[in-house]
Design a protein. Structure first.
Length: 156
């Protein structure tokens, strides 16, 4: 799998931010080999056609997974999910994750911690703070993202 860096047209709020102009793909030699492998693993877990990633200039990458289904807990049926991959993957926690800025609870209650307004890759977003607990084994970015999505999809 080769990471896509072509800008995605913002035709839907479920399509996340585009790579900045002139970005390099999240493949070696633009990113650390372990980061490139993590991007490949994300594509295998979430669909290569939905994963876009670009080098961040420090050996890591910015990643966006487009059109991720949500549960009826939310006012929207899908979202994009974005996050940074450190050059220290898999030892570094993949934290935080970001989703579309218009995410809201279907029952109308306000977003509260661990959800907060933020910016990701230059666009408004909601930050999802689901930090890995100290003392637990490092999780791959794909496993951490699956965990964040499981939390988002679970009824509260």
């Amino acid at each position: 799998m080769t990471a896509t860096v072509a800008p995605a047209p913002p035709t839907s709020p479920s399509i996340g931010p585009a790579a900045p102009p002139g970005s390099q793909p999240a493949t070696a030699p633009h990113v650390a080999t372990n980061v490139a492998q993590a991007v490949i693993d994300l594509g295998m877990n979430f669909g290569a056609d939905r994963v876009r990633a670009w080098a961040d200039g420090t050996g890591g990458a910015q990643v966006v997974i487009d059109d991720v289904p949500l549960s009826s807990t939310w006012t929207t049926t899908s979202t994009w999910v974005g996050f940074a991959l450190s050059h220290l993957v898999p030892e570094a926690d993949t934290y935080p994750h970001y989703v579309r800025a218009d995410l809201g609870y279907a029952d109308g209650r306000p977003l509260t911690v661990p959800l907060s307004p933020a910016t990701f890759a230059g666009v408004p977003a909601v930050q999802v703070s689901r930090r890995q607990r100290p003392g637990t084994a490092a999780r791959t970015p794909a496993a951490k993202t699956r965990g964040v999505l499981a939390w988002l999809r679970s009824p509260e």
